[in-house]
Ligand binder design. Structure first.
Ligand SMILES: Nc1nc2c(ncn2[C@@H]2O[C@H](COP(=O)(O)OP(=O)(O)OP(=O)(O)O)[C@@H](O)[C@H]2O)c(=O)[nH]1
Length: 391
């Protein structure tokens, strides 16, 4: 069942709406498969009104309770069924903004409504657009719902949302591919993207991911444009206890990458992850430089680079599509990492990316901590986005 429906159905007049923002200060657990992590909950949970309120953490803001009427007191003193909420995962919590944007207000529309009407479908369409799913993908989803309604395959509001979830999962799964196993030594991954998309941070997290799975990992500080980027990468190297090739002051990123590839081979590294300078997809000269970097890497080790991962910032919404198109055209991107999904209401951008670019989404970034990178799982993502509760 969908959480926003259940909450509305169970709502008792006078319930205080508690808004709980993501607390990014919480220490992150290790990278985990979606749904298995049972970190403490800060997701809104409606306790039956007869239970004594717990002391609230500082991050929770609640409207002051209005004075209770005698009717409310009578309702509260009646025995209430105690429903045990399943603990929510940290991942669920990290997608709070995207989910709230999507489900806000839908519960009200559903309240007391069984039949599907145009108002409801229009609201669903609006929510999809607002979540940055994009015009074309939204249209395709709504058309598919209309078809199933007219064929009487969907008869009530819950079935409508279940079908929408399935359609959304399918659209993401269509373009997913299994991650390439690092069988060549070294397996070289070049990471690119525009300035500030989260490349260096993502490389730190990706290194952690590989190290956790038992691989020997090395980093190449190929972002020679921004001196702080090299230091940032060296810090990530120390945090992961892995070597980093490149030092502040080096100018030529192609030679850093060449040296790193040689060094990784000589030291029997399983995985070499190379950082590159941020560049706008519209800067022709810098895009040519990226092509040159890739050529140098391919000359250093036959078959390399084995992956070219493009980092996209989810919070820029539809602009991410254009960036991805241009990078793909220039260097043949093999997969995407979409970052900052924890801080954005634009969680729908992943559907537009999958539909329009047909490139697999390898990982998503949901925070700044070392373990806040998750292998992308379409079903887990849709469940968290649509407040679907059977994970
Ligand atoms: N909330 C959140 N912040 C992120 C995520 N990934 C990266 N960041 C933050 O985004 C900011 C930019 O990250 P960087 O890794 O420096 O970005 P970059 O692409 O290497 O930047 P340039 O070297 O300038 O091109 C930093 O403050 C990161 O902590 C994420 O998944 N969630």
């Amino acid at each position: 069942m969908f959480g926003f429906l259940r909450r509305k159905k169970n709502q008792v007049p006078g319930d205080a709406a508690i808004e709980s923002p993501v607390d990014s200060s919480v220490d992150a657990p290790e990278v985990d498969t979606l749904g298995t992590d049972t970190s403490p909950i800060t997701e809104p949970v409606e306790a039956p009104s007869t239970i004594e309120p717990e002391p609230l953490p500082a991050v929770i803001t609640a409207e002051p309770e209005p004075a209770q009427t005698s009717t409310q007191i009578a309702i509260q003193s009646a025995p209430q069924p105690v429903t045990q909420e399943k603990p929510k995962s940290r991942f669920w919590q990290q997608l709070a903004r995207a989910r709230n944007n999507f489900t806000e207000g839908l519960g009200d529309l559903f309240l007391g409504k069984k039949a599907i009407d145009d108002e409801l479908l229009e609201e669903v369409e609006t929510r999809l657009i607002m979540a940055d799913v994009g015009q074309a993908t939204t249209r395709a989803l709504i058309d598919a719902l209309h078809q199933q309604i007219s064929r009487k395959q969907i008869n009530d509001t819950e079935a409508l949302f279940e079908t929408l979830s399935q359609l959304m999962i399918e659209r993401l799964e269509r373009v997913q591919k299994p991650r390439p196993a690092p069988t060549e030594q070294p397996h070289i991954i070049v990471v690119c993207g525009i300035n500030g998309a989260g490349k260096t941070t993502t490389i730190g997290k990706l290194a952690h991911h590989y190290k956790q799975s038992g691989h020997k990992v090395m980093l190449a500080a190929g972002d020679t444009f921004r001196a702080a980027a090299v230091e940032q990468l060296i810090t990530w190297g120390e945090r992961n206890q892995i070597p980093v090739i490149g030092e502040p002051g080096r100018q030529d990123s192609a030679s850093v990458l060449f040296d790193a590839a040689q060094s990784a081979r000589a030291r029997n590294m399983d995985v070499l992850i190379a950082d590159t300078a941020g560049r706008l997809h519209t800067q022709g000269g810098l895009m040519d430089e990226l092509k040159k970097l890739i050529r140098v890497v391919s000359k250093s080790i036959p078959g390399a680079p084995h992956e070219i991962l493009l980092v996209l910032d989810a919070s820029i919404g539809q602009n991410a599509l254009n960036q991805a198109r241009q990078f793909h055209e220039a260097v043949g991107v093999t997969g995407l990492i979409v970052t900052k999904l924890d801080g954005t209401a634009k969680g729908g951008i992943l559907f537009a990316i999958a539909d329009e670019l047909k490139l697999p989404i390898d990982f998503i970034g949901v925070g700044e901590q070392i373990a806040d990178l998750r292998p992308f799982d379409p079903k887990g993502y849709v469940d968290a986005l649509l407040d679907r509760e059977d994970i």
